[in-house]
Design a protein around this ligand. Structure first.
Ligand code: LMR
Length: 408
């Protein structure tokens, strides 16, 4: 009878179609289902140690222990998150003693990860700066494309990497010089995702000049602080732009550098022209956040605040970030070396020059598919490899596989 009863009901979901899995997270499922013991996961951008584990930094474990012992309540934190998290994250991004901090012209709103910060930024632009388009590097992180479109923003692209798989700064500058005045331009602070090609300081200065001339609003995605050249070095462009421009948006993520991926810890940072305007904007962000996720999750941000607020824990953490950064850099040169006996050292020399977790290898979607089918090596179909997912012991296997799929 129950069956018949249900059968008579209208099917509201009848027209809902299936969409393809996430271009990055979907690889995780395919990798897990692969029975080949030689499999290699170079898909999603998570750091792995030599044993293939994504470790919890010791500084995080120590901070978590303190929280377990000391936390007395699980009541809500405010719409902007924990104030001590915001203050310490601002110091990390902009440097202790930054004049903008002293002047109160920077505000951080805690978000569920860097993606939450991007969504909040997108909603802010859509609601508070109506009519502005957003311009993304070609290529960029695929979720940038869908996320800003979901906010209702008009998404466009500026050149970044040429058909030769090399950074083309001149083409980038030429494209930026033609953007509509007042539009938003998304820039990657460091460790460009997916390519690994970063701008040099002299390039950043030229981008800044175009941003000023075209009256663009930069939104700087800062997801990999510490994985490029170092915690301070990687913040250089963010600090330059904040010093030189009256207004700026920055999305900061603690997923990678604190190893807090699943704790969803990040912030949308606003640099405003004056204190009153900052308060106006923050009132809008709190309103938007309330309608997206109400209040942010607490745990990861509490861990970050604990670490950054304690001299010893902070030093331990900074050393751990540095060790991760060095290891990924060594894997880059290691892979370039492993490709040498196959006569591919020159063709893939860019792998050693790129920065951060990713390498845009230049492999075609068909070659990526063969790597997966024949060698159980998983890359994003764009040819992006997560170098941070490799291991020293497997470099020869990987180089051999790449050599095979590169043979005509
Ligand atoms: C990536 O690009 O792999 C990372 O940013 C993780 C993610 O959320 O996609």
């Amino acid at each position: 009878a129950g069956q018949r009863g249900r059968g008579a009901q209208v099917r509201h979901f009848a027209t809902i179609a299936r969409v393809p899995g996430d271009p990055i997270l979907g690889l995780l499922d395919a990798y897990r289902a692969d029975g080949n013991p030689a499999k290699l996961d170079l898909g999603v951008g998570v750091y792995k140690d030599a044993s293939g584990l994504t470790p919890i930094p010791r500084a995080v474990k120590l901070a978590e222990q303190r929280l377990i012992d000391g936390e007395t309540s699980k009541t809500y934190i405010g719409g902007h998150g924990a104030p001590e998290f915001g203050e310490r994250l601002l110091e990390l991004c902009f440097g202790n003693g930054n004049a903008l901090l002293a002047d109160g012209l920077l505000g951080a709103t805690q978000t569920p990860g860097g993606t939450g910060a991007l969504r909040l930024a997108g909603e802010f632009i859509a609601r508070n700066l109506p009519g502005r388009g957003i311009w993304l590097s070609d290529p960029t992180w695929p979720i940038h494309e869908t996320l800003f479109a979901a906010c209702g923003l008009k998404v466009g692209h500026y050149s970044y990497v040429g058909a030769d798989n090399r950074l083309n700064v001149e083409a980038m500058l030429a494209a930026l010089a033609h953007l509509p005045k007042g539009d938003v331009v998304l820039l990657h602070a460091c460790c460009h995702n997916p390519t690994g090609f970063d701008l040099a300081p002299r390039d950043w200065k030229r981008v800044l000049e175009v941003v000023k001339a075209r009256e663009l609003l930069p939104l700087i995605d800062f997801a990999y602080q510490g994985f490029g050249d170092g915690l301070e070095e990687d913040a250089w462009a963010v600090r330059l732009f904040a010093a030189e421009l009256p207004e700026l948006l920055v999305t900061s993520s603690c997923s990678k550098n604190f190893g807090l991926y699943r704790e969803r810890t990040g912030a949308l940072i606003v640099r405003a022209d004056n204190l009153e305007k900052l308060l106006d904007i923050r009132s809008q962000l709190a309103f938007l956040a309330r309608n997206l996720w109400s209040t942010p999750p607490s745990h990861g941000a509490a861990v970050v605040a604990e670490i950054l607020g304690d001299t010893e824990l902070k030093a331990l953490w900074a050393a751990e970030v540095d060790a991760m950064r060095r290891r990924v850099a060594d894997l880059r040169t290691g892979l370039a070396e492993a490709l040498r006996p196959h006569g591919l050292a020159e063709r893939f020399a860019h792998i050693a020059e790129q920065r951060g977790m990713f390498s845009y290898t230049g492999l075609t979607p068909a070659q990526v598919q063969r790597l997966r089918d024949e060698f159980s090596v998983y890359l994003v179909s764009s040819g992006r490899a997560s170098v941070a997912g490799m291991s020293e012991a497997r470099l020869d296997y990987l180089a051999g596989a790449i050599a095979r799929v590169c043979q005509a």
